[in-house]
Design a protein around this ligand. Structure first.
Ligand SMILES: Nc1nc2c(ncn2[C@@H]2O[C@H](COP(=O)(O)OP(=O)(O)OP(=O)(O)O)[C@@H](O)[C@H]2O)c(=O)[nH]1
Ligand SMILES: [Mg+2]
Length: 354
């Protein structure tokens, strides 16, 4: 659903991205609906007519995905009216995160986020079951069951939080060991090529894929092929628009690596049709994280894939301090390495503002 006056391509791009997310989660998109309204319907988010239209759609589908975050009650109402499962953007991203989490830290963070997402939705699920069954036979034991579920989830949340604290402690011990080293965090929109760049600069073997959120963990490696090996590179989880705050918060310990970095490499996929918007989203996120003043190099990646060379020239003029590279083809990666070691020296001598 779009509020009247929103730029149509913003909506189109956001939906396109939602379809990519759905694909990453293993769903095939059969139909898209866009509705322009003055305001949201508090009960059903989109208009009731639209809900009915979706319900009566002939296509075979199992799931309805909303591009915006719905309240638990709205999800329930729409589920009941359409008779199909409904999830929102956060739910979908969480699902992908759950599939992608590899390390103990990532798994703990994702499970915590999932349970926190589930908790308020638990009530609703039972309520609409109650209604369906006329409430008979469900109310007494149902309520008790619900209470038990809630208590168990809360207990698990407490447990996961303390696990995360422990993991965070280990991380901070490791971090202290690296405290005198020069740390460079690779940040950027999801699928920009951050892991590819880390691999190219460090001979690491981080998982790379042409899908969203291939990386959920912070991988730390030292840079290879320099005289001084004291530059540490950190690969991080990608950013995406409309990433819910509670989700970001649950990745705090991973993001902490970014927050502690001496220098940021903001990687941008120059071949993406909306890379300027993606770049803005990331910059806003960095401001939110208190990193506005952190030294930073803009790295325009996938230069090999750009259709019109004039585009590169235009961006070069606009961002004379940026690097233009292809992490995949290894174009100008060596130059970026040299620049990093130069910037490191400048920052350490204090000749560059930090
Ligand atoms: N043509 C081209 N493709 C690239 C380049 N760099 C990365 N890719 C491709 O872009 C896709 C995403 O690369 P990743 O390195 O996984 O991107 P990422 O930023 O780490 O993505 P997430 O971890 O999912 O946020 C992969 O298919 C890469 O092969 C490049 O310089 N040129
Ligand atoms: Mg990655």
């Amino acid at each position: 659903m779009v509020i009247k006056g929103t730029d149509p391509w913003v909506t189109e791009d956001s939906l396109e991205e939602l379809a990519l997310l759905a694909d990453t989660a293993g769903a095939a998109v059969v139909e898209r609906y866009v509705q322009v309204r003055n305001k949201r319907n508090p009960a059903t988010f989109i208009g009731l007519g639209k809900v009915k239209e979706i319900a009566s759609c002939n296509g075979q589908f199992d799931l309805v995905i909303f591009d915006d975050d719905l309240s638990p009650a709205q999800v329930n109402t729409v589920e009941r009216l359409i008779g199909k499962r409904v999830i929102d953007r956060s739910g979908l991203i969480l699902d992908i995160f759950a599939r992608r989490a590899r390390t103990r830290e990532a798994r703990t963070q994702v499970e915590l986020a999932q349970l926190q997402y589930l908790l308020p939705r638990l009530t609703g699920q039972w309520k609409h079951l109650e209604r369906q069954a006329g409430g008979i036979g469900l109310r007494g034991p149902g309520e008790t069951q619900l209470e038990t579920d809630r208590r168990m989830i809360n207990k698990r949340i407490t447990r996961l939080k303390s696990d995360l604290k422990r993991i965070e402690k280990q991380r901070s011990t490791q971090r202290k060991k690296r405290s005198d080293q020069f740390k460079v965090a690779i940040v950027g929109y999801t699928n920009a090529g951050k892991s590819t760049l880390l691999n190219a600069m460090t001979e690491a073997d981080v998982f790379v894929e042409d899908r969203l959120f291939a990386t959920l963990d912070a991988t730390v490696r030292s840079m290879k092929g320099l005289h001084d090996e004291q530059v540490i590179l950190i690969d991080t989880v990608g950013f995406i628009r409309k990433l819910p705050h509670h989700l970001v918060a649950s990745f705090k310990s991973t993001l902490e690596e970014t927050v502690r970095a001496d220098l940021l490499l903001h990687v941008i996929d120059l071949s993406h049709p909306h890379y300027i918007d993606q770049m803005k989203q990331v910059e806003e996120m960095l401001i939110d994280m208190g990193l506005k003043e952190r030294p930073k190099i803009l790295v325009f990646n996938k230069a090999d894939k750009v259709e019109h060379p004039a585009e590169i020239k235009r961006m070069r003029d606009e961002y004379p301090d940026a690097e233009f590279i292809s992490a995949l083809k290894g174009i100008r990666v060596a130059a970026l390495k040299k620049r990093l070691s130069r910037v490191k020296k400048q920052l350490q001598k204090g000749t560059l503002k930090r």
